[in-house]
Ligand binder design. Structure first.
Ligand code: AMP
Ligand code: MG
Length: 411
C-alpha cells in the first residue's frame, strides 16, 4: 500500500533535522586529521623565519667570487662553521667565507652561497671554482609565508600537508568541527559475538562492526558499540547509559512487524516508527531519547535512528539516511556519495511504489552497471563485492537493458 509509506526524501529530511554540528573545539594537531577547520589559520610568524642556506656550501660576498672558475679558483679563508641550528648572530667580513649547511642562518653581509660541489670543500681555506650571483642559494625570510597572512581558510579539510604547515608555524592546536559521537546498538537474542561458538538458532552479530566501520569511514567517532537481546528492560538500561554521551544513537533490528520487536516496544513513546517507500530498508524510525535522569522530550535529548536488522537493509539505510547528514554536520566536503548515470546491462524488475536500491557493479570504462546478487536484504555476500548502489525509482517496475539508471558510487 504505497499511500501509507513515507517517501525516502521525507525520511531523509526528518533524520537530517535531528543531526546537528558539535561546537568547534581546539584539538592537538595529531587529532585534527580529516576534520574541517572551524576558523581561519593566520600565520603567527613568517616562513622561512630567517634567511637560510638552500645548500651545503660556503656563504660569501657574491662580488668576491664573481671571477671564480675551475681554471682560476678564488681562495678565501673560512672564518666560521655554521651548522643548522646555530643560534648566535654572525657577520661575514668581505674577503672571507663561512662554511654553511642547508637550513643554517645566512650570516649578515653574505650575499650568496656557493654549493660545496663547486669548491674543494676546505675547512681552513676554501677554493671556490664557480661564481654565484647575488641571492643564489639563499632562502629569504618570508618567501613562503609572511606573518599575518591567512594560510588556510575556515572549512578547509585538514590534510597531512595542512598539519605540516600548522606545525611549521608553531601551532600546537587547530580549531575544528569535531567528529559526531555515535553509539551503535545491535539488538537480537539470536546474536553472538564473532569468535565464540554458535548454538543452534544463533547467528554471528555482523551489524555492529559493519556500521562502526561505515561510521568511521564517514568521519564519525563511534564511542560505544553494544549488543543487547530482545529484552525491553535491558535494552532500555543500555540505552539510557549511553544516551547522554553521544550525538546520535543508531540501533539495528527490532523495528519490524513481528513480536519481540525490542526497539519498537521500548521506544514507542519517543521514536516515530514508520514504513519508508524503499527496498531494502522499509521499517525505519527516528526521534530523541533522554539519558538517565533527563526528560525524554527535552531538546537536549539524544537523536536516535533505528535501522532495520537485516545487514543489507542496515547498511543501505545508513547510506541513504545517515552518511550525508553526518558528514554535513562535520562540515566535510562532498557529504553525498558521488552519483552518476550508467547504462544497465540487463533487464530488471522493481516493486511498484518503492525506491529500490540494488547492489551493483559499475564498470567505469564501459559506463555500464550490472546488478549484483538478489534484491533480498540478507544477501550480505553480494554487498561485500559491490562497488555501487543502483537506484530505481518508485514508479518504475521494469527497467530494460540499455536504459540509463542512477548509481551511487560506494568505492
Ligand atoms: P529484526 O529486524 O530484528 O527482525 O532482524 C531482521 C533479521 O536480521 C533477522 O534475521 C535477524 O537475525 C537479522 N539481524 C538483526 N540484527 C542483526 C545483527 N546485528 N547481525 C546480524 N544479523 C542481524
Ligand atoms: Mg531482532
Amino acid at each position: 500500500m504505497p499511500g501509507l509509506l513515507r517517501p525516502v526524501e521525507e525520511h531523509q529530511r526528518v533524520v537530517t533535522s535531528l543531526i546537528a554540528p558539535r561546537p568547534a573545539v581546539g584539538v592537538p594537531l595529531a587529532d585534527a586529521l580529516g576534520l574541517v577547520l572551524a576558523d581561519d589559520v593566520v600565520a603567527p610568524l613568517s616562513l622561512p623565519g630567517f634567511d637560510n642556506s638552500a645548500m651545503d656550501g660556503y656563504a660569501v660576498v657574491a662580488d668576491d667570487v664573481a671571477g671564480a672558475s675551475a681554471e682560476q679558483p678564488v681562495v678565501l679563508p673560512v672564518a666560521e662553521d655554521i651548522p643548522a641550528g646555530r643560534t648566535d648572530v654572525l657577520m661575514l667580513k668581505p674577503g672571507t667565507a663561512h662554511r654553511i649547511m642547508t637550513g643554517a642562518p645566512v650570516p649578515s653581509g653574505a650575499t650568496a652561497v656557493v654549493p660545496v660541489e663547486a669548491t674543494d670543500g676546505g675547512v681552513d681555506t676554501v677554493a671556490i671554482r664557480a661564481a654565484a650571483p647575488p641571492g643564489k642559494h639563499i632562502r629569504r625570510a618570508g618567501e613562503d609565508v609572511t606573518a599575518g597572512t591567512t594560510v588556510l581558510r575556515s572549512g578547509h579539510l585538514v590534510t597531512p600537508a595542512a598539519l605540516g604547515l600548522a606545525a611549521a608555524l608553531g601551532l600546537g592546536e587547530l580549531a575544528v568541527i569535531p567528529r559526531q559521537r555515535v553509539v551503535v546498538m545491535s539488538t537480537g537474542t539470536e546474536l553472538v559475538s564473532p569468535g565464540t561458538p554458535l548454538r543452534p538458532g544463533q547467528i554471528y552479530e555482523s551489524n555492529a562492526v559493519m556500521l562502526t566501520a561505515a561510521l568511521r569511514d564517514a568521519g564519525a567517532e563511534v564511542v560505544a558499540s553494544t549488543m543487547s537481546g530482545d529484552d525491553v528492560d535491558s535494552f532500555r538500561a543500555t540505552l539510557s547509559r549511553h544516551a547522554g554521551n553521544a550525538d546520535l544513537i543508531v540501533t539495528t533490528g527490532g523495528v519490524s512487524a513481528g513480536a519481540y520487536e525490542v526497539v519498537k516496544d521500548a521506544l514507542g513513546g519517543s521514536v516515530d516508527f514508520v514504513k519508508v517507500a524503499m527496498q531494502p530498508g522499509m521499517p525505519q524510525g527516528c526521534g530523541r531519547v533522554a539519558g538517565a535522569g533527563s526528560p525524554a522530550t527535552s531538546e537536549t535529548a539524544t537523536p536516535i535512528v533505528t535501522l532495520p536488522g537485516n545487514p543489507v537493509s542496515a547498511l543501505v539505510s545508513f547510506e541513504v539516511f545517515l552518511r550525508s547528514p553526518l558528514r554535513a554536520a562535520m562540515g566535510l566536503p562532498n557529504p553525498d556519495r558521488p552519483r552518476r548515470t550508467a547504462v544497465l546491462t540487463e533487464d530488471l524488475t522493481s516493486p511498484r511504489g518503492k525506491r529500490q536500491f540494488r547492489r551493483g557493479v559499475f564498470d567505469a570504462d564501459a559506463g555500464t552497471v550490472t546488478s549484483y546478487g538478489p534484491p533480498a536484504s540478507h544477501h550480505l555476500r553480494w554487498l561485500a563485492s559491490a562497488n555501487c548502489l543502483l537506484e530505481i525509482d518508485e514508479d518504475v517496475t521494469e527497467v530494460a537493458a540499455g536504459t540509463q539508471v542512477r548509481v551511487w558510487d560506494l568505492a
